[in-house]
Design a binder for this molecule. Structure first.
Ligand code: GAL
Length: 400
């Protein structure tokens, strides 16, 4: 325990109801170690706006002690030489042994640990309203065709079949599930993680955008006005059948006291059952931020503590970032997430989410956002989307 009231200043973007409950769990653990918690919440799940605020603080010479960060944004900050190297504590706590390999490639930069992962969210999920699911037969949609016929039946009930919010990262999250389902794990890895131009088969890309066009027919006309968690509330209220979103949706359901298997159901997106498209929330510490070495060690080791990773993720809906956290305290969706995380880690099908910046660098992610969102809003047709996506991915692979 730190024997002084060190200030732990923390930036994060956990602002929805469920997220707010989860950040409180972290706060309690940090305070129990004798540190003084001071946080700043800045909405911005797609990370662009959040990143701007953080950059401004760093440039003004006032970085926080620690900040939430995801995916390749870690490499951006590490490459600027502004982050605290966490190798010592990683060695002591054996992070190499317990953190899934796919996550380590993001936490580490040039072989050194610069971020501490607190969870393993995954994006390829369907979240369904329990009553509506039962009214529609109560059978999990296993394949793409099953999903389409379920959406069609939902439309007949005069509800929104598929709820989604307005931001490009949400559209890309839907896209990545469709792409992984249509193309399979090897395609997903080669096309989006390795940026291998030979993986970009035009017919397959066309089929993916055609599927996205099919889904567009089932969206709420008002989707351009709502956020992801407002879409979740449409599921809760029974105004919509389902949502394709990350496991943070489970954190919202839990916060409101809803019970999986009864009030709602969670299933892997059809044809992606053996895959885990991950988004790991991590914390990086700034060299120029407040806090001495002891406070930093205390802060980071607390984040990697097995008990904290259990409690924060029972609340957040994610699997922990450690493979050794017992699953008993989790609800059935959380237990499935943990077992999927462990098994896909062994098979190399635990792959970064494009939407959440865990698959490729920010400039590639942003180019994909543009194409996918323009297409979902109907501003460009399927062929144009294929053309623009190939261009975006090929330009970036050429620049590597
Ligand atoms: C992500 C974050 C998740 C979840 C989501 C929705 O960027 O990593 O933990 O909070 O945004 O806000």
């Amino acid at each position: 325990m730190a024997d002084h009231q060190a200030d732990a200043t923390v930036y994060h973007w956990w602002v929805s109801d469920g997220e707010h409950a989860s950040i409180k769990v972290i706060q309690q653990y940090i305070e129990a170690r004798g540190m003084h918690w001071q946080d700043r919440a800045i909405a911005g799940s797609g990370t662009a706006r959040f990143g701007d605020v953080l950059k401004a603080a760093v440039e003004a010479g006032e970085p926080p002690m620690a900040s939430q960060v995801i995916g390749y944004d870690i490499h951006y900050w590490a490459s600027r030489g502004e982050l605290v190297n966490l190798d010592d504590i990683a060695r002591e706590q054996e992070w190499d042994e317990v953190v899934p390999y796919g996550i380590q490639t993001l936490s580490k930069y040039e072989g050194h640990w610069y971020a501490a992962p607190i969870n393993t969210h995954s994006t390829n999920w369907l979240w369904l309203n329990g009553d509506l699911f039962r009214r529609l037969g109560g059978v999990a949609p296993d394949t793409w065709e099953d999903l389409l016929s379920m959406l069609e039946e939902a439309r007949k009930l005069d509800i929104v079949p598929l709820a989604i919010g307005h931001e490009a990262w949400e559209h890309t999250l839907l896209f990545e599930a469709v792409a992984a389902g249509a193309g399979g794990a090897e395609f997903y890895r080669r096309a989006f993680l390795e940026l291998d131009p030979t993986a970009l088969d035009e017919n397959l890309l066309l089929a993916i955008f055609q599927r996205m066009s099919q889904l567009r027919e089932y969206l709420d006309e008002d989707f351009s006005r709502i956020t992801w968690n407002q879409a979740t509330r449409l599921i809760l209220s029974g105004e919509a059948l389902l949502q394709v979103q990350g496991s943070w949706v489970d954190g919202e359901f839990s916060y409101y006291g809803y019970i999986p298997g009864q009030d709602y159901a969670c299933f892997r997106f059809p044809d992606t059952q053996g895959m885990f498209l991950f988004n790991s929330d991590q914390y990086m510490l700034f060299e120029q931020g407040p806090g001495d070495e002891e406070a930093r060690r205390e802060f980071v080791s607390t984040l990697m503590d097995v008990d904290l990773q259990r409690d924060v993720n029972v609340s957040s809906g994610a699997a922990p970032a450690r493979v050794d956290v017992p699953g008993d305290a989790f609800n059935p969706c959380g237990r499935q997430a943990i077992s999927d995380m462990r098994s896909t880690n062994m098979r190399r099908t635990l792959m970064g989410s494009i939407a959440m910046g865990n698959a490729n660098p920010p400039e590639v992610k942003n180019a994909i956002y543009q194409v996918v969102s323009d297409h979902l809003y109907g501003r460009i047709d399927d062929e144009e989307a294929v053309h623009r996506l190939r261009e975006a991915l090929m330009n970036h692979s050429a620049g590597r």
